[in-house]
Design a protein. Structure first.
Ligand SMILES: Nc1ncnc2c1ncn2[C@@H]1O[C@H](COP(=O)(O)OP(=O)(O)OP(=O)(O)O)[C@@H](O)[C@H]1O
Length: 331
């Protein structure tokens, strides 16, 4: 069954901005699916439509077969949502925040206590439960928001930039918990991110989005196979230009730097490297150093769009960081 199905989705904001320009998407139940792209690509707009906050201009979006426009109530019953911006009361404790949301979600009063306790343990927040949220770290805030989204036991978790502004350790903890939830409940995770490593590591499928269009889609390893951009970097003895001539048959792009360093773009570096070393050796060159640099999803994105995913990330991160800092200061 498809957790999310989107067909020819278009969103034009009232000012005329075309945020989504004919999106198609199929997210398998039980999978983890990332929508990866730079700021302004349309990720949040797509998520707002899927979570029934705004209406599409044209096209169709369904969650477990329910239409997001005409069957919004059904959709909302099935999803847990973590927005990009802060969704907590910072002058209340973690426990109090959970209690309020449990009432908003209509969780039976006899069950509230046990569900909250269980989730505090699950997200490793028990010790902080009675502290004001404004004393929390960014990672704790995100874990609390995710705990709240998990409260109604959603079959589909939709997260907008789940780890934005967090340090690598806090990011890892958040993902470890999300994956545990997915496994325990057979849940689907759909998340927007501009961190390519996050999509690479934690998504079964990735949709690359640029200017309101999906430019490529697939498992991260397959996306990287789309392009010849793994690289072999060699340091050799002898004339690099002569060595380059010997290597032309193995790569479409060879660059020489510092006279001695040769960089080759290749598809399958682990297989090609020993062949290249032997060939060079047989012609009197000695390879002093060899390095394989694997392609990233950003390389795929650059190849397809001419721009990097990371280029414009600063604004958003510093924005979210300043929100987080304001929370910690109690502002
Ligand atoms: N309410 C709005 N009215 C007009 N234009 C909007 C509105 N919300 C977003 N946009 C525009 O639509 C485009 C897509 O924005 P969107 O927020 O969906 O991108 P995004 O990929 O989520 O980026 P970010 O990570 O910065 O949120 C951008 O050009 C943005 O300026």
């Amino acid at each position: 069954m498809l957790a999310i199905s989107v067909k020819n989705l278009v969103k034009i904001y009232s000012g005329g901005v075309i945020a989504l320009n004919g999106i198609n998407l199929a997210v398998e139940e039980g999978s983890s699916h990332a929508i990866l792209g730079p700021n302004g690509a349309g990720k949040t707009t797509l998520i707002r439509i899927l979570t029934t906050q705004i209406k599409p201009t044209r096209g169709e979006a369904k969650v477990f077969g329910f239409d997001v426009v005409n069957q919004g109530n059904k959709v909302r019953e099935l999803i847990g949502y973590v927005p990009q911006e802060m969704s907590l009361w910072s002058d209340l404790t973690g426990y109090e925040n959970m209690l309020i949301y449990s009432k908003i979600y209509g969780i039976d009063s006899s069950k509230r206590g046990s569900i909250i306790e269980e989730l505090l343990d699950f997200m490793d927040l028990r010790e902080a439960a009675n502290r004001l949220v404004k004393t929390y770290s960014g990672g704790m805030i995100r874990r609390l928001e995710i705990a709240i989204a998990m409260m109604p036991r959603p079959r589909l978790l939709i997260l907008d930039e789940p780890t934005i502004g967090l340090d690598p350790r806090a990011r890892r903890i958040v993902w470890e918990r999300l994956q545990a939830y997915k496994k325990e409940h057979g849940a689907t995770i759909f998340f927007a991110t501009h961190y390519m490593d996050e999509a690479d590591k934690y998504a079964d499928m990735v949709s690359l989005i640029d200017r309101g269009k999906i430019v490529a889609e697939g498992a991260p390893s397959n996306l990287k196979k789309l392009i010849e951009s793994d690289r072999i970097i060699l340091k050799i003895t002898g004339n690099a230009e002569d060595a380059k001539k010997l290597l032309l048959e193995y790569s479409s792009s060879i660059i020489i730097s510092n006279n001695r360093e040769i960089t080759l773009a290749v598809k399958d570096p682990a297989t090609i490297l020993p062949i290249i070393i032997e060939k060079l050796y047989s012609r009197g060159f000695v390879v002093l150093e060899a390095k394989i640099v694997e392609a990233t999803l950003d390389d795929v994105f650059i190849k397809l769009t001419g721009r990097s995913i990371g280029e414009e990330e600063k604004g958003t991160i510093s924005e979210v960081m300043s929100v987080r800092r304001a929370i910690i200061r109690g502002g």
